[in-house]
Design a binder for this molecule. Structure first.
Ligand SMILES: C[S@@+](CC[C@H](N)C(=O)[O-])C[C@H]1O[C@@H](n2cnc3c(N)ncnc32)[C@H](O)[C@@H]1O
Length: 292
């Protein structure tokens, strides 16, 4: 059952004609140690991001195969990357970020988790200068594109993805899209303020303001390989995903069981979050068989 405030947001977004202007992130590259710590803490296994990380992990697992090389663009503290790498020990992962403090957090986490299949590289995702043409089997990126300074950088990032990807390679890119009204942004930014550190709430607020519009994404999509599709949440498209067709040759039962066990063990409020995310993306056309 939808709450009255949530219904109001839906109606406001459907019937608003304007759209708030984009406000770029105060920290494009996240290297303020306090913010890095707040983001890292809120993201770890039991943090507020747990259902979102699980959702994205399942979609990425649809696209990758044993023996392949897979790149996480703007990996941050590697919480998302660590989860995907743990689920796929026979795949090699490279996390890319431009912030040294984030890469330090990522490396510490990778060591702590004893993930031998992950390394990190400092690089700008709009250039990917450290990667050869046609050299990687798949790329993914979660909740990071809104850190790019402008639409040109978004297009450059998509071109760089196409350049480094082998033909038919896997692509999964998920991020926020800009809501139409400032009131709706406030509603989502402060929705879970009582469950998370204040700095993380503020970070979410900045992210929603910095999100690209659907038009920006549609325009930039022309730079991606043609086998990548664009999806958005049904009715309230404040999250979007680009996903290529599934290319995993064999889904082991163990992978499916592990993902479903993690889902079953989420606390009640996170179960509601992942159910909403799955359902609203499913109505927008994005599905995976790896979650219940
Ligand atoms: C909100 S964090 C997302 C981290 C991670 N993908 C996740 O889902 O938790 C955004 C990250 O993008 C990085 N970043 C911003 N601009 C970048 C760029 N041009 N190239 C590489 N990394 C960048 C920031 O340093 C930060 O670590």
């Amino acid at each position: 059952m939808l709450s009255v405030p949530f219904l109001k947001v839906i109606l406001r977004e459907i019937f608003s004609s304007g759209r708030v202007e984009r406000i770029t992130e105060p920290d494009l590259v996240m290297d303020d140690p306090e913010k890095v710590l707040a983001y890292t803490r809120a993201g770890r296994e039991d943090g507020v991001m747990a259902p979102v990380y699980l959702f994205h992990a399942a979609h990425v697992c649809d696209l990758i195969n044993p023996g392949e090389t897979v790149v996480d663009l703007a990996c941050g503290p590697a919480t998302q990357l660590g989860l995907i790498a743990r689920l796929n020990p026979e795949i090699n992962f490279i996390g890319v970020d431009l912030s040294q403090p984030m890469l330090d957090k990522a490396d510490a986490y990778i060591n702590e988790q004893k993930l031998l299949n992950v390394k990190t590289v400092k690089d700008n995702i709009a250039e990917l200068a450290k990667f050869e043409d046609n050299s990687v089997d798949a790329v993914f990126s979660t909740m990071a594109l809104h850190h790019l300074p402008d639409q040109s950088a978004l297009k450059e990032t998509f071109s760089a993805i196409k350049r480094i990807l082998k033909p038919g390679g896997g692509v999964y890119l998920a991020d926020f899209a800009r809501l139409k009204s400032a009131k709706s942004i406030n509603y989502f930014a402060y929705q879970y303020a009582d469950r998370q550190p204040e700095l993380f709430t503020l970070d979410y607020y900045y992210s929603l303001n910095a999100a690209f519009s659907l038009r920006d994404f549609n325009e930039a999509k022309k730079q991606l390989p043609t086998h990548v599709n664009f999806y958005k949440l049904f009715l309230l498209p404040f999250m979007v995903a680009f996903k290529s067709n599934p290319r995993r040759q064999c889904i082991p039962d163990s992978l499916m069981n592990t993902l479903r066990n993690i889902e079953n063990q989420l606390p009640g409020h996170h179960k509601v979050d992942i159910k909403d995310l799955k359902e609203t993306f499913r109505l927008g056309g994005l599905k995976t068989d790896l979650l219940q």
